[in-house]
Design a protein around this ligand. Structure first.
Ligand SMILES: [Zn+2]
Length: 509
């Protein structure tokens, strides 16, 4: 009896030991490897003096904190405005920026101050996985992307062990693509079966490039369109459609009356006069020390940015900023290598949304934040709201990858067969139609822009309906009104007619 009992005990012991080993060796047979969602900038709070009585969240931006800092500089600000003293104004804005963001700055080695931390960094827990469940990977956006890559490497191993799968899917949003770039450069694509890049600044974004070169300019047309493009995304609640339509009419009327131009001219003068002091006293000493923000600077701007932002010629910060340049330069090849080894890829980016009205390159088509040409790894694009120019179009031999609205030629992309474009899609905005495409990408054997009938290469986002539809031609205010008879679409149509009529009258005069 005793012998039998010990035999049973031994068997139980062996089985219990064998269980985790089996799990680690592809033990789950559900057929769906776990998703790891690599979040965007600001995916986790950055806190000063965490746990102490004077604890202060520095990011995500704490409005209360900003207002109290503003209150402190209000006397100086008022004096500067009353005396029209640009130097005083610059000093006041710089003082405000330093009080609000100064503690985010990293030291000469690119490390955070000891009392500024990210207390909510994610650690994988539980074994729940499947199409509707993901493991969230967050990070301190300020730091060296390779530090995140190291953490992601360990994170992936933990997720595999927890779920009993030997591969994972990476779904990256916005800055998540920077983490991915560093990861692929250092660790390759082993153990990854799907990569999704959603609005990722893989080759940077012009806003960062221009800001880091001190090229700041307010443009009235860009500002008006920026406001108009944002209107459908407003949550105004009561009388939503009416308020949206009225706002559109107001913005367009103000622009027509020259008021927005006047405002921009004033803003531009202030930027010119006070801007230098703000750059020297605040922007350079704070944001110039963040390798995470440096990772957004496109290659074309980098050399000038190094000079303008006074990046040290050596040391830890210098090395971290320069190390990422290799990851950015190689991302296209690293993705191609992954594809060649059977990794399913989906790069998806927005276009035709007016970008930040603060940069000289305001005509570069984008999702409002990331330029389409940089997120798509090399698409040739017309200016925002415009088709490619006639010379380009007539010289095209092959139109396979030309969008039906003639705004984008994807043939010049690094991965034209795995790159989707969504017209009027605001940066990283949730859209059920795009999520449905992701589901197909994650569950299909074949993934390309020709794989799914409902999701060809060029799609248009319908914010109200929460869908995407294939692009069939140029944007048309009348067709939009017919498809979706809302007040906002009526106002858009009305103003498009007024503009056409005004243009006809002026061109005749
Ligand atoms: Zn499973």
């Amino acid at each position: 009896m005793k012998k039998a009992l010990s035999l049973i005990l031994c068997a139980v012991l062996l089985l219990s030991l064998a269980a985790p080993a089996a799990a680690a060796d592809g033990g789950c047979d559900c057929g769906f490897s776990p998703i790891i969602y690599v979040g965007p900038l600001g995916c986790t709070p950055i806190v000063r003096d965490a746990g102490a009585e004077n604890e202060q969240t520095l990011w995500k931006i704490d409005t209360q904190f900003l207002l109290s800092n503003l209150k402190d500089v209000l006397p100086a600000l008022t004096k500067a405005l009353l005396t029209r003293n640009a130097d005083l104004l610059g000093d006041a804005i710089a003082a405000f920026a330093n009080a609000s963001f100064g503690d985010l700055a990293l030291d000469a080695d690119g490390n955070s101050k000891a009392n500024v931390t990210t207390p909510e960094l994610s650690v994988p827990a539980g074994d729940r996985h499947g199409p509707d469940s993901d493991y969230y990977f967050n990070y301190d956006f300020r730091l060296d992307p390779f530090e995140h890559a190291d953490r992601l490497h360990a994170f992936i191993a933990q997720v595999k062990a927890l779920t009993g799968h030997d591969s994972v899917k990476l779904k990256c949003s916005s800055m998540g693509g920077v983490v991915l770039s560093a990861y692929l450069e250092k660790y390759g694509h082993d153990g990854i079966d799907v990569i999704i890049c959603r609005c990722c600044p893989l080759w940077g974004t012009a806003v960062a490039g221009e800001a880091f070169c001190g090229k700041v300019e307010l443009n009235a047309t860009a500002l008006t369109r920026y406001g108009e493009d944002a209107i459908p995304y407003l949550e105004t609640g009561f009388a939503d459609d009416f308020i949206e339509g009225a706002l559109y009419a107001l913005l367009d009327t103000l622009k027509g009356a020259g008021l927005i131009d006047a405002l921009c001219a004033l803003g531009d003068r202030i930027l010119r006069d006070a801007g230098d002091r703000v750059f020297q006293q605040a922007l350079i000493p704070i944001f110039g020390t963040l390798p995470g923000i440096w990772s957004f600077v496109p290659a074309d701007y980098f050399e000038e940015a190094v000079r303008f932002m006074r990046l040290p010629a050596e040391g830890g910060l210098h090395d971290k900023v320069f190390a990422y340049r290799t990851a950015m330069a190689n991302i296209a090849d690293n993705l191609k290598a992954a594809k060649a080894d059977g990794v399913k890829l989906c790069l998806i980016c927005g276009y035709n949304v007016q970008r930040t009205p603060l940069v000289t390159l305001w005509q570069s088509t984008s999702d409002g934040t990331v330029d389409t040409k940089y997120a798509s790894l090399g698409a040739t694009c017309g200016n925002v709201k415009e088709p490619l120019d006639d010379a380009y179009l007539s010289a095209m031999a092959d139109r396979t990858y030309l969008s039906p609205d003639q705004m984008i030629d994807a043939a010049t992309c690094a991965l034209p067969d795995c790159t989707w474009f969504v017209r009027d899609w605001l940066h990283c905005n949730a859209n059920a139609g795009i999520d449905a495409l992701f589901d197909l990408v994650m569950t299909s054997d074949e993934v390309s822009v020709r794989s799914f009938e409902a999701f060809p290469q060029f799609l248009a986002a319908d914010e109200d309906a929460d869908t995407v539809d294939p692009v069939t031609g140029a944007p048309d205010a009348f067709a939009s009104l017919k498809d979706r008879p809302s007040f906002l679409n009526f106002i858009r149509f009305l103003f498009s007619i007024i503009k056409k009529a005004a243009l006809a009258v002026f061109s005749r005069a």
